[in-house]
Design a protein around this ligand. Structure first.
Ligand code: ADP
Ligand code: MG
Length: 323
């Protein structure tokens, strides 16, 4: 692949977790109800994502790896109104530029599937195989042809923990999808896909977190918030248990964190943080979204208003619970 392709690939594929994110999002976009992710050595040597989604048609397989090949014709504005997570058509081509990729896919209507294999964008195999409906993508030896990028990776343990966090957020954002996550041959967690967020929390974080969950629901113009607040007695020493999803995507937001924490103020000691899981459905006209492949930034138009609203509703919910 050309230098330009490799540089472009670096935009999308910063580290193993970005590969996993793109592949799992593709599985979601393909309507998968079950997704298995397996990694070895922090995803540096091996990533496999298997889904039971719609698969890729034979004559689309090669095309899916072209740059700017997307079957999801979307504008950036559309992204926040529709279900599709991908829209740039850059992920597969970028991943293929910096790794050894293998794909097995079959659609419902075709009798056989396709086994496709690339080494740094060079085609090594394209053959028919028997396969279940859906797609499996294996990514081996990430950055094998870009030693400089490889050098910037952290330890296997750290890269693995990024993927683990990502998988947890994915599972929490899609309770109706059954996820299985395996690391170095061991199942780290799996979810049933029955839609029950409590069950997912239990499977990932254990019993304490779900001991007392306070259902939370609030509406304002162009805004709907649904989810759970943790018991004020279950405090954490960092913000990793404040989960915010905006229009289906996990985000980190200092504004939302501070609004949430302000609502808990009567209960929280210094340097302590609550557990909360909140889904925000926001009218796309009220936010600006900068969707960079490797991260996402959201700007709410009325930041002080949103902060005050969240603080007030959280405080109310906690007070109601005491009555
Ligand atoms: P994007 O998601 O932005 O369209 P990608 O490079 O991630 O671009 O994928 C390119 C195309 O390959 C997608 O538009 C889709 O048609 C197809 N594709 C990728 N992964 C899958 C999958 N797991 N199941 C079905 N189709 C897929
Ligand atoms: Mg994609």
């Amino acid at each position: 692949s050309s230098t330009i392709d490799k540089i472009a690939a670096g935009e999308v594929v910063e580290r193993p977790s970005s590969v996993v994110k793109e592949l799992v999002e593709n599985a979601m976009d393909a309507g998968a109800r079950a997704v298995t992710v397996e990694i070895k050595e922090g995803g540096c040597s091996f990533i496999r994502v298997t889904d039971n989604g719609g698969g890729i048609e034979k004559e689309q397989v090669r095309k899916a790896f072209f740059r700017h090949a997307t079957s999801k014709i979307r504008t950036v504005e559309d992204l926040y109104q529709v279900k599709s997570l991908g829209f740039r058509g850059e992920a597969l081509s970028s991943i293929a530029a910096v790794s050894m990729v293998e794909l097995i896919t079959k659609t419902r209507d075709e009798l056989t599937g396709i086994h496709y294999r690339l080494e740094g964008e060079k085609e090594r195999e394209f053959s028919e195989v028997g396969a279940p409906e859906g797609t499996t993508i294996i990514v081996r030896e990430l950055f094998f042809n870009t030693p400089v990028r490889k050098k910037f990776l952290k330890s296997y343990a750290t890269e693995g923990s990024y993927i683990s966090d990502l998988m947890e957020h994915m599972a929490l954002s899609r309770p109706e999808v059954a996820f299985q996550f395996m690391m170095n041959g061991q199942v780290r967690f799996h979810t049933s896909g029955n839609g029950d967020i409590r069950e997912i929390l239990y499977r990932i974080y254990g019993r304490e977190i779900i001991k007392e969950l306070i259902p939370f629901s609030a509406q304002a113009e162009g805004l709907q918030i649904e989810g759970f607040l943790g018991s004020p007695s279950v405090v954490r020493s960092n913000r990793n248990f404040e989960f915010f999803f905006v229009n289906g995507r996990y985000i980190k937001s200092p504004l939302l964190s501070k609004g949430l924490e302000a609502g808990y103020k009567a209960y929280l000691m210094q340097h302590k943080f609550p557990f909360a899981l909140l889904h925000f459905t926001i009218d796309p006209d009220r936010i600006d979204v900068n969707v960079h492949p490797s991260k996402m930034e959201i700007r709410f138009h009325d930041q002080p208003g949103l902060y005050a609203f969240l603080e007030e509703k959280v405080r109310e919910a906690l007070r109601r619970r005491e009555m």
